[in-house]
Design a protein around this ligand. Structure first.
Ligand code: ASP
Length: 446
């Protein structure tokens, strides 16, 4: 069984690491940038175990239930929770962007310049490719370039079709290589479900999977020892680069009201909506819960990736917040992939902001379209840096805005991404705590 509060000081050390890194990036940006390699190593180490961890933990979660039919209720609650909270986040975003109207406060000549400066698509793809680790082709595909996207041919049915297809793969190994977690999760649920019906004949395989999962969790504890150092390097490297380029503050101030709208929306969702939902269903103190999840939230901020953070999220949820392993195994891997409240909120704000800048007046029906497509776009976004920027194309094309205008928000996205990823991870953690209540009672396997 896990020992609670194994790493009581870790969160504190991570906070110190982030503050030191930001200070170093402010004072000596060129020096701070040198730490980039350390950050990259830490990211790789985290990402390295994500695929085996997801497969082993989802399978262990199902095996622990003993019978896949018991999955019905928690499964339904999980999906309902994901959809409901994502939609709530979108509504918060829409209200805020319509009240603040950040697009109107961009000065006229700035607007003209922003729009004129819109780079060719190729440039946009290249920028996104460096930011997201996706290939140029994958991004072009997301942008629908393989099917003359010009305008509105991305119908809702097409978006839904793509989302459904994301659940399946014709090659498990390719999915593993490309870290496409969704089809792996689907396979793991089905395969482990079948194992539970095989009884003794599968006992060796069953204990192998469970032990592999235990070993991977133990391995995460090992990785966590270097987390503060890794996080220092990540933050120093990225903030150092932004400061060394020098234009960052100028860029931020150009779109200050837009960024402020995203920040206010994210803060509202993280400090009001999610805590209210969590308290309503679990009676847990939401702010204490936030502190318990601290190491995961700070890692999400530092890595901009829910997937890379997943190992630490699972660890904190079990060992710090005391959520049952079963709920964590089931809810968090899926959540890291499809439950993205922060991303959905940001997509809604960004799309309306772009509409405001280019002077497009969106009708109520179009705002509803934004709400629905932002939810779908967030579900479709991978848990990697700036993936939300790529799936934004779904929202923009749905309301007929040209996708090149994404450039308007490009330069500040890396920073906003950190905050929305943190909210994404917090949303996942709240989900695990809530769905725990509907898990079938099984004897502990620890
Ligand atoms: N970086 C986000 C995540 O990993 C996705 C996004 O909004 O770009 O959760």
């Amino acid at each position: 069984m896990s020992q609670p509060h194994q790493q009581p000081h870790l969160t504190r050390w991570i906070i110190v690491a982030i503050l030191l890194a930001i200070a170093a990036a402010m004072v000596a940006p060129t020096f701070a940038m040198q730490f980039e390699i350390g950050g990259e190593i830490f990211l790789r180490v985290l990402k390295m175990i994500v695929v085996p961890l997801v497969v082993a933990s989802v399978m262990t979660g199902i095996l622990g239930m003993g019978d896949v039919r018991k999955l019905g209720r928690p499964g339904l609650y999980t999906v309902l929770y994901y959809l409901a909270t994502t939609f709530m986040a979108v509504i918060v975003g829409l209200v805020i962007v319509n009240v603040i109207r950040p697009g109107l406060s961009v000065a006229e000549e700035q607007k003209a310049r922003l729009i004129e400066e819109k780079p060719a698509r190729q440039q946009l793809y290249e920028h996104l490719a460096t930011q997201t680790d996706l290939s140029d082709e994958a991004i072009a595909k997301a942008f629908g370039d393989d099917e003359y996207i010009d305008g509105k041919n991305r119908s809702m049915t097409r978006i839904l079709r793509n989302l459904v297809l994301m659940l399946f793969t014709d090659n498990l190994f390719l999915s593993a290589v490309e870290t496409q977690l969704l089809p792996l999760i689907m396979f793991s649920i089905a395969f482990a479900g079948m194992l539970t019906t095989m009884g003794e004949r599968a006992s060796l395989l069953t204990s192998f999977i469970t032990q592999l999962n235990d070993a991977l969790m133990a391995f995460i504890l090992l990785i966590m020892r270097v987390a503060p150092l890794g996080i220092f390097c990540l933050v120093a490297g990225r903030f150092g680069m932004a400061n060394a380029q020098g234009e960052f503050l100028a860029e931020l101030s150009k779109t200050a009201w837009y960024s402020a709208s995203v920040f206010i929306g994210l803060a509202f969702h993280a400090f009001v909506t999610l805590p209210a939902v969590l308290y309503f269903f679990t009676k847990r103190n939401p702010y204490r819960f936030m502190v318990q999840m601290g190491q995961a939230l700070l890692t999400a901020f530092s890595t901009s990736s829910s997937s890379a953070t997943l190992p630490l999220t699972m660890e904190a949820a079990v060992d710090e917040a005391g959520i049952s392993k079963q709920s964590v195994d089931f809810v968090l891997p899926l959540g890291a992939t499809i439950n993205m409240d922060g991303t959905a909120l940001y997509e809604a704000v960004a799309a309306i902001f772009i509409a405001q800048v280019v002077g497009a007046d969106l009708s109520f029906a179009q705002q509803v379209t934004v709400a629905i497509t932002a939810t779908l776009a967030a579900i479709g976004a991978a848990g990697i840096p700036e993936a939300g920027l790529v799936t934004m194309v779904i929202v923009l094309t749905a309301v007929g805005l040209p996708v090149e205008y994404i450039t308007i928000i490009l330069s500040v996205d890396w920073l906003l991404d950190r905050f929305r990823t943190t909210v994404n991870v917090f949303g996942d953690a709240c989900g695990a705590a809530i769905v725990e209540k509907s898990m079938p009672v099984v004897e502990s396997t620890g």
